[in-house]
Write a protein that binds this ligand. Structure first.
Ligand code: MLC
Ligand code: AMP
Length: 514
């Protein structure tokens, strides 16, 4: 038996030897990266890591992290990437839940993470932001570049990615070799990837978009990555002429449009701009076309399902839609209460089925069962309709979720932290329109009588526990929250009342008083 995902990703014998090029001029060929994956796999095996064991990483983006991902797959283990913005308590939860055999972290975080890792007998290694220094690269340097990949079949786990939920407790989505391999092959084919392609890669690599959609799709086609540590608009504009494809969240496209140096000339050699992870506004789609003559291709996916739909490569890419189901993926729209399939044009729950569907939530059988229909469809939580041309339009969310700059924030998780503060009676966390992030996390708080509590105190307190992108950018104080006759907080009224809070906000203006 082969190692399904690894063999699929490296099936191409690339004519083009380049795999990754960094902005500083350093580059890695396919041969280099294969050697590195062998070093990683040999090291993991030497440390006693068994097939199925979890290998977690909370480190900055680097080619070494890509090699850690691919080497983990090659060794038959399960890759568990963690957002670098996660705080210590957040990481503690992930480690206690997933019990990884190994955690690779930044050297600066090692001391704080040691006791957490010790509780689950998780070994710690370090890797710095350059990808060159730390105990991990030291170990690798002694390892051989020959490794016979550990056999893994379609239903074996390749990765676990945590995704928050409406209850506030994050769930580990278990992704199999088949999930990732099938999606990579489908996307590479649909989006016409070849070994001539150079993907401008500015996304983080701890989520589905930057890790799987961008890297796996490029790898199966034998293409190259132009690798940036993060999205910096000026840098992206200046190197764009060297790339042929770019992928990004909508914020990347609005930031490009805000940049005066971003012209049709800069974009002329890009054959494909892809947007996803959050809704792309029609205005952005149109303004981008007007500026560059290029039509952004919007697609739709999620952590649990990888990619589900895409606008066509050839054929109309229609603004405000996420296109058609991917080949091999079935989509239906159902009534949110009865679960009965609806006719085209009616709005309901988007359900999906196909080889891209995850195996379930790590050690949460009930949660998994709740989210699947008996016939195998996954209930996404997104509200959608199928329009007259069979394109899918996402019209909203059936769950209380905010998407800020492409990151998901579940209000419940933030409310629980705010409500636990001594001066707070209760809070409601809502997403409001924001010109840079799409939606901005905003809190409406009822303070206890006799307490003086301000927005700065709240952010300082919860900032110890919640990743920065989950923290409210504005906090409003009220005497009571609006409720309906059932006692449920009417967030729609709050969203309406505060809807103009961030109009014309410049990037990263947090709005919390100094
Ligand atoms: C950073 N900040 C954010 C933020 N990102 N605040 C809200 N929402 C965000 N997304 C805050 C930081 O906390 C910091 O606050 C300040 O902004 C500046 O930080 P920064 O790191 O300099 O920000 P910047 O580099 O400008 O990052 C913004 C961004 C980045 C949009 C470029 O967030 C990004 O790359 N997002 C992509 C997310 C992504 O890959 N999603 C895919 C998920 S997969 P302070 O207080 O310190 O000033 C998925 C499935 C699918 O959804 O379909 O793809
Ligand atoms: P995540 O759980 O981080 O993987 O985020 C997945 C969610 O992002 C989906 O359930 C959708 O709500 C949203 N999403 C992804 N792509 C799009 C898109 N193109 N348009 C609208 N929403 C999207």
């Amino acid at each position: 038996m082969s190692n399904l995902l690894f063999d699929t990703l490296f099936d191409q014998k690339p004519v083009n030897p380049a795999f990754v090029e960094q902005i500083d001029g350093r580059h890695w060929s396919y041969g280099d990266i294969l050697d590195e994956t062998a070093r990683v796999a040999n090291t993991l095996v030497a440390l006693g890591i068994q097939p199925g064991d979890r290998v977690a990483a909370q480190v900055d983006k680097s080619v070494s992290l890509v090699a850690l991902y691919l080497g983990t797959i090659r060794a038959g283990a399960v890759f568990l990437p963690l957002n670098t913005a996660y705080t210590l308590p957040e990481v503690e939860y992930f480690i206690s839940d997933a019990k990884p055999a190994l955690l690779v972290c930044d050297p600066a975080a090692e001391a704080a993470l040691r006791p957490i890792a010790a509780a689950t007998a998780t070994r710690i290694e370090t890797l710095d932001s350059s990808g060159d220094a730390g105990s991990w690269p030291e170990r690798l340097s002694a390892s051989a570049i020959e490794f016979s990949s550990v056999a893994r079949g379609p239903h074996d786990l390749a990765a676990i990615l945590y995704t928050s939920g409406t209850t506030g407790r994050a769930k580990g989505a278990m992704l199999t070799h088949l999930n990732l391999a099938s999606n990579a092959l489908t996307l590479a084919d649909l989006w016409r990837f070849t070994n001539d392609d150079v993907l401008l890669h500015a996304l983080p690599i701890f989520h589905t978009h930057g890790l799987f959609v961008a890297i796996n799709t490029t790898l199966v086609a034998g293409g190259s990555l132009l690798f940036l540590p993060r999205f910096d608009t000026d840098e992206v504009v200046s190197i764009m002429p060297r790339a042929s494809v770019m992928m990004g969240v909508p914020t990347y496209y609005t930031r490009l449009l805000d940049n005066r140096n971003f012209t049709a000339r800069q974009a002329q050699d890009i054959r494909l701009f892809v947007s996803g992870s959050a809704p792309l506004l029609k205005e952005t789609h149109q303004a981008f076309h007007a500026r560059t003559g290029k039509t952004i291709l919007e697609r739709y996916g999620m952590t649990e399902t990888n990619m589900n739909t895409s606008n066509p490569y050839e054929g109309p890419r229609r603004a405000g839609t996420v296109g058609l189901p991917l080949p091999g993926v079935d989509i239906r729209i159902t009534d949110t209460s009865s679960g009965i399939e609806l006719a085209d044009g009616e709005i309901g729950m988007l359900e999906v089925k196909g080889p891209n569907l995850f195996k379930g939530y790590w050690q949460m059988e009930e949660k998994t069962a709740e989210n699947f229909r008996r016939d195998g469809y996954f209930i996404t939580g997104d509200l959608a309709m199928i329009d007259e041309k069979n394109y899918i339009v996402i019209v909203g969310r059936g769950r209380d979720l905010i998407i800020s700059g492409g990151y998901n924030v579940y209000p419940k998780e933030v409310e629980l932290e705010i409500d636990a503060l001594p001066g707070v009676v209760e809070s409601a966390v809502i997403g409001l329109p924001h010109s840079d992030f799409g939606e901005a996390v905003t809190a409406v708080v009822v303070a206890k009588q006799g307490y003086t509590i301000n927005d700065r105190d709240i952010v300082a307190e919860i900032g110890q526990r919640l990743a920065n992108y989950k923290q409210p950018r504005r906090i409003f104080f009220v005497t009571e929250l609006p409720r309906n006759s059932m006692g449920k907080v009417q967030k729609n009224l709050l969203r309406d009342e505060y809807k103009h809070t961030y109009t014309n906000q410049s990037p990263n203006n947090k709005g919390i008083s100094d």
